[in-house]
Design a protein around this ligand. Structure first.
Ligand code: DX5
Ligand code: ZN
Length: 218
């Protein structure tokens, strides 16, 4: 199954509820929420209060991508806000196994993210624990950046490992995913597709989502 996880970072924040409804009408099935702290990444976005507000307007799964240092501190807050899936970066977790276990204990599905410079091998020991693995296809921090083609091989590697190890985690990609890049990642094994700036555009969001999915599903 292919899911479009539309990133609300590219939406009009003054009309977030309508923007989510429009992307959903176009076929979007997951809400991707980019949380940035100004430390792990240069940019600052939003946190649990916005997740709680989004929770009130949609029943779609909330895929909360934490680009923050010390994510352990905020696990209870995101659980309370209504996050379904909580993603932490491998690069900031000193005790990754503990963090992922704690996310599950708080009633959410744990997922792990790797930056373009982080190899898949760093995840081998935690793959049985995760609901999905997110392969960043840009360096995190901003929407609208260019896709890094080399990252496709990491998607393929994760798909091979999934088979080899008999696991069933999903593979997500994030950054520069649009009609011209999506086929390569789907072919390599990605099935959770994050897209922001290629989806949200005044008056064109629904159509963009529909066309994106048409290309993604071949
Ligand atoms: C980047 C974020 C992405 C971003 C994707 O740090 O993690 O989720 O919103 O935006 P696009 O689709 O514009 O690259
Ligand atoms: Zn993201």
């Amino acid at each position: 199954m292919i899911d479009l996880a539309f990133s609300i970072l590219a939406a009009d924040f003054t009309r977030l509820g309508e923007e989510i409804a429009t992307a959903q009408r176009g076929g979007g099935t997951v809400v991707h929420v980019d949380v940035m702290d100004g430390h792990f990444v240069p940019n600052i976005t939003f946190g649990p209060p916005v997740v709680a507000a989004v929770r009130k307007v949609t029943r779609l799964p909330l895929d909360c991508h934490l680009m923050i240092e010390d994510p352990d501190r905020y696990i209870p807050d995101f659980a309370k806000a209504g996050a379904d899936w909580l993603l932490v970066h491998q690069e900031v977790c000193r005790h990754l196994h503990r963090t992922l276990t704690s996310i599950r204990e708080h009633g959410m599905q744990p997922a792990v993210v790797i930056n373009p410079a982080t190899p898949v091998e760093t995840l081998i020991e935690v793959l049985p624990l995760v609901h999905h693995v997110l392969v960043m296809t840009v360096n995190p921090g901003f929407g609208g950046q260019s896709f890094i083609p080399r990252c496709v091989e990491k998607v393929r590697h994760l798909a091979d490992l999934r088979k080899e190890l008999g696991l069933n985690y999903r593979i997500e990609v994030d950054g520069g995913i649009a009609k011209d890049t999506v086929s390569a990642v789907v072919e390599a094994g990605a099935d959770l597709l994050v897209s922001g700036s290629a989806i949200f555009q005044p008056g064109k969001t629904e159509e963009n989502a529909r066309e994106f999915l048409q290309v993604a599903k071949g």
